[in-house]
Design a protein around this ligand. Structure first.
Ligand code: NAD
Length: 510
């Protein structure tokens, strides 16, 4: 495959790096095979303890230099990374698609998201604003300023093998931090390709070795990061199970976290909806990335008066979905990440049936030519009631649950009655319904949309969710503040020393 060659992906490589230097790992080999066709693409070595220690030491020393680079100069480096990504968008998008299994359109989209966040971070590098306040004391001035934290740990999930890293690192770098990335053990080669692209920019500009570090490994390496007091902030994306363990470990040492965890996203389809528009948004949300987005649409809460009509539209739309090689533009849906994910899909279908769910589009594992990897499944739709245990759970697969409602308040209550709180949407042309959904009595999610689906966020907004989704925010708006420490400064430029709150304190004759 030409794109592997162009990205410098070899059969076996270290994958542990301090920037430009790759350190031959001594740990176990992590093999990456494509869910598209089962081919072993390559492998990396896991970072053993001594490799990890070498990398952390380099990151610590790089931070001492990097934090002194003016923020706009750091932004200039990120601008060049955006350009390098533009130049490699096609190849990197193909690798994302081949190693992870998402459609090529979505693979390219993921790289575009990296480019977008670089652009955002360039502007941000001149806007790391603090406030000034009026002091209660005469001849005093108060203001706040923001300083970098140090090493930012980034732990990412398989489903966004490159974009999530860029959301974190582009911001972390302009803020003056250095980063250490532990990608998912299921998609290590994407991280190696990104590392190589960034290394060319860093080398050209004399960026200190250690600003952009990469360590390979599974849960154990993630746990090493979560317990490491030299890493003041850990930004972790993955399952709620992982987030609870990681939050406990980082919290025990009073470190900071940004948690981006599971979702269980719903769309309310009102009797005032444009049903054609609803259909596109809901089907893309449910089957895009084979249901493996944190923002995938998992539940449709449909008004009883349009329920049968919309159900029939869904059935005919699902008949048109083409499943196959995601690198072929004719296909809408690629494979699940691995056979374990296929087992989880089958188990969820069984649980749904056992609790009374009725499938209107049946699920199954696809077999035959083109499906040899065993990871391709039929996206399916089940009629359920909202209280079924499986409906409360995030299954990372293309299973869509549909249910009825009568009153908007009831629909909102159903939407909110799950442990997760990432993304939500209402499809309605009725202004009062839309505003009720967005208002204080409406959706309890971090993301609430009107007349679009639950997936496909733009980088300009803060991204993240509430409850078991973890409460973190990444990407746009003022998310950068999580990557810095705030310092409040009070300066007395007068000749007296008045105390705050009017407290009197004197030392006799002095
Ligand atoms: P996962 O939890 O299995 O793994 C995620 C990452 O955490 C991996 O790098 C893994 O090695 C690491 N890890 C696992 N256990 C750990 C521990 N105890 N301590 C430290 N690190 C640990 O998740 P996954 O299967 O790769 O991804 C799917 C999940 O990610 C879904 O739940 C999805 O909703 C979630 N996700 C959330 C967002 C978001 O922004 N909210 C984005 C993408 C994915």
């Amino acid at each position: 495959m030409q794109f592997l060659h162009e990205l410098g992906i070899e059969k076996l490589q270290s994958g542990n790096s301090t920037g430009s230097v790759f350190i031959p790992g001594k740990g176990r080999e992590l093999i990456s095979s494509s869910p598209v066709d089962g081919t072993v693409i390559g492998s990396v070595t896991e970072a053993d303890e001594s490799t990890y220690e070498t990398i952390i030491a380099q990151a610590q020393s790089a931070f001492l230099q990097w934090r002194n680079w003016p923020a706009p100069r750091r932004g200039e480096i990120v601008r060049q990374i955006g350009d390098a990504l533009r130049a490699h968008k096609d190849q990197l998008g193909r690798l994302v698609s081949y190693e992870m299994g998402k459609s090529l359109q979505e693979g390219w989209g993921e790289v575009q998201e990296m480019i977008d966040i670089c652009d955002f971070a360039v502007g941000l590098s001149r806007q790391l604003y603090g406030l000034t306040m009026h002091s209660e004391r005469p001849t005093h001035r108060m203001y706040e300023q923001w300083h970098p934290l140090g090493i930012v740990g980034i732990i990412s999930a398989f489903n966004f093998p490159v974009a999530v890293w860029s959301w974190n690192s582009a911001l972390a770098w302009v803020c003056g931090n250095v980063t250490i990335w532990k990608p998912s053990e299921k998609t290590p080669l994407c991280s190696v390709a990104v590392q190589k692209i960034v290394a060319t920019v860093f080398e050209k500009n004399g960026v200190p070795e250690g600003v952009n570090c990469l360590v390979q490994g599974g849960r154990e390496v993630g746990e090493r990061i979560s317990h490491d007091t030299r890493i003041p902030l850990v930004s972790a994306t993955g399952s709620t199970r992982m987030g609870k363990e990681l939050a406990a470990a980082v919290g025990a040492r009073l470190g900071k976290t940004i948690l981006e965890l599971g979702g269980n996203n719903a769309v309310i389809i009102s009797q005032h909806a444009d049903l054609s528009m609803a259909l596109i948004g809901c089907v893309f949300g449910a089957v895009g990335t084979a249901g493996q987005r944190c923002t995938s649409t998992r539940r449709l809460i449909i008004h009883e008066s349009v329920y049968e009509q919309f159900k029939n539209k869904l059935i005919s739309a699902y008949q048109q979905i083409k499943i196959g090689d995601p690198l072929d533009a004719a296909n809408h849906v690629g494979p699940l990440i691995d056979r374990q994910a296929v087992e989880q899909y089958l188990s969820a279908i069984e649980q749904c049936k056992a609790s009374g769910g009725k499938f209107i589009v049946e699920g199954k594992v696809l077999e035959g030519t083109g499906y040899e990897s065993g990871c391709y499944v039929q996206p399916c739709v089940a009629e359920v009631t909202p209280d079924m245990p499986i409906v409360q759970h995030e299954t990372f697969a293309p299973i869509l649950y549909i249910m009825k409602y009568r009153e908007l308040e009831e629909a909102i209550a159903i939407q909110n009655a799950v442990p997760q709180g990432l993304s939500s949407a209402i499809i309605t042309l009725h202004l009062r319904e839309a505003e009720t959904f967005l208002g204080v009595n409406g959706s309890d999610c971090g993301i609430a949309n009107v007349n679009i689906g639950t997936s496909g966020a733009e980088i300009g907004g803060a991204f993240g969710g509430e409850k078991e989704t973890g409460g973190g925010r990444e990407s746009g708006s003022d998310s950068w503040k999580a990557y810095m420490r705030r310092q409040t400064n009070t300066i007395n430029w007068g000749s007296q020393l008045p105390l705050a709150q009017g407290i009197q304190f004197s030392l006799g004759d002095e």
